[in-house]
Structures are given as C-alpha cells and as structure tokens.
Design a protein around this ligand. Structure first.
Ligand SMILES: CSCCC(=O)C(=O)COP(=O)(O)O
Ligand SMILES: [Mg+2]
Length: 228
C-alpha cells in the first residue's frame, strides 16, 4: 500500500519547455556575470572548486570554469555544481517576476488531492533543492511549498542510480514498496524499481505510447489501483 509519493519535476509535473526554453537560457545568460561577481561567496566558491575537481583542473581560471558551465548547460548535464549554481541564479529571475514556476494544472490538482488524502509528498529532481523550493514558492498557483514534506537533489546521487533511491529511503519513515516514484524518464524509473520502489511513468504530450512501467498521460488518468 502506497503511503508516500516521490515526484520528479521536469516532464512529470512541469512542462519540459519551461525548463529548457525559460530556465536554462536565463541561467546561461546570467551565469558569467553571476560567477565573476560572487567568487568570494562561500556557496559559489564551493561550486567553482567542484567544477575544477570535475574537470580535473585544480588550477583552472575563472574563464575556463565559466565556459565549462555554459557547455554543461547546452548539453543539459545534471552535474551537481552546475545545478547548485543554477538554483542561485534563478532566485533573481523569480524575485523580479521574470517568470513563474510552471506546473501542469492536472499535476497541481493531483498533488493537492493526494496530500488531502493523507499521502506524504516528496520531490526528487536534478534541479537543486534551492531550485525546487523556488519553483514551488513562485509557482503559477502561488506558494505551494507546504505540500511537500522534503526535497532531494543529486546530492543523494544521480537519478539513474539505484543507490540514490536507497539513500532517499533511509531518510524516510517508509519501506521502499510504500513509496511511488513518478517520472517521465525510463532509466530513472528502472533505478527506482531496482531499489524496491513502486513506479509510475508520466508519458505527456504524446511522447511514447507504451512503457514497461505502469503509465499515465496526465494525472486525470491516475487511479486508486496505482496506490495499491
Ligand atoms: C527544479 S526546476 C529545474 C529542473 C532542472 O534543473 C532539471 O535539470 C530538471 O531535472 P528533473 O530531474 O526534474 O527532470
Ligand atoms: Mg524529469
């Protein structure tokens, strides 16, 4: 019996184009000045060191760090220092009202209903925990952070690694088979299933027509049997 839902963000409850066409270009545009202007800020300095470690160039200059980060954005790399910096940069965009956090209306309604029905809701995204807080604080439906009990990012591991889901489960008061993981990415669902979680594939916007996991096209198709 499912007692908690663990949801991905992009492609599951948020339109992919919001991330790819709004958030990523904003981060790419702001990143050079942001990194140069905040090298002394501990949170930023930590990520700059992590970039240097990732590329095995401890003495890399700031230009190399910035061009590496911009390449990672272009390639949609889910590398922790990039994701942490993006979260810091998006804060300004949300605060200035440059954009609001997109949520599919069916996803918002579903999350509200499940919360009211007693499910605990958790988030696991490649976006940093800070970026997750922001998308929900400044969502199209207002500040909905109170829906969620906790948030996880790539600090627990990559989303395609079973160990990441095992790490999350150690932090929750549930057995793996009491948690339903929602995602649009098969490799993530496979990893969660290997770790013992139940899975549900979101196949939105006509992307595919079948799945080896249980699947729905949007949350209006969610049924009680998915919680069994
Ligand atoms: C938290 S909104 C930004 C999402 C993001 O940066 C990203 O890479 C999306 O990854 P997800 O794991 O939510 O598909
Ligand atoms: Mg996704």
């Amino acid at each position: 019996m499912i007692k908690a839902l663990l949801t991905d963000i992009e492609g599951t409850i948020t339109r992919i184009s919001f991330v790819k066409d709004v958030l990523f270009p904003y981060a790419a545009q702001q990143l050079p000045a942001f990194v140069r202007g905040h090298t002394e800020q501990p949170e930023v300095a930590e990520q700059i060191s992590a970039v240097k470690a990732e590329i095995n160039e401890p003495n890399a200059d700031i230009d190399t760090v910035i061009s590496t980060l911009l390449t990672w954005i272009e390639e949609d790399k889910k590398i922790t220092p990039l994701k942490q910096l993006q979260g810091l940069i998006w804060q300004t965009g949300y605060e200035n009202g440059d954009f609001t956090g997109h949520l599919y209306p069916d996803a918002y309604q579903f999350l509200q209903q499940q919360k009211q029905a007693g499910q605990q809701l958790y988030v696991y995204s490649s976006g940093s925990v800070k970026a997750q807080h922001l998308i929900f604080q400044y969502s199209d439906f207002g500040d909905i952070r109170s829906l969620f009990s906790d948030y996880f990012d790539t600090k627990v591991g990559a989303k395609q690694a079973p160990s990441a889901y095992e790490n999350i489960i150690t932090q929750l008061p549930f057995n793996p088979d009491e948690v339903l993981f929602l995602s649009d990415v098969v490799a993530e669902l496979d990893a969660a299933k290997t770790a013992g979680l139940k899975t549900l594939h979101l196949i939105r916007d006509g992307q595919e027509s079948s799945s080896k996991h249980s699947y729905i096209n949007d949350f209006s198709q969610f049924k009680a049997e998915h919680l069994a």
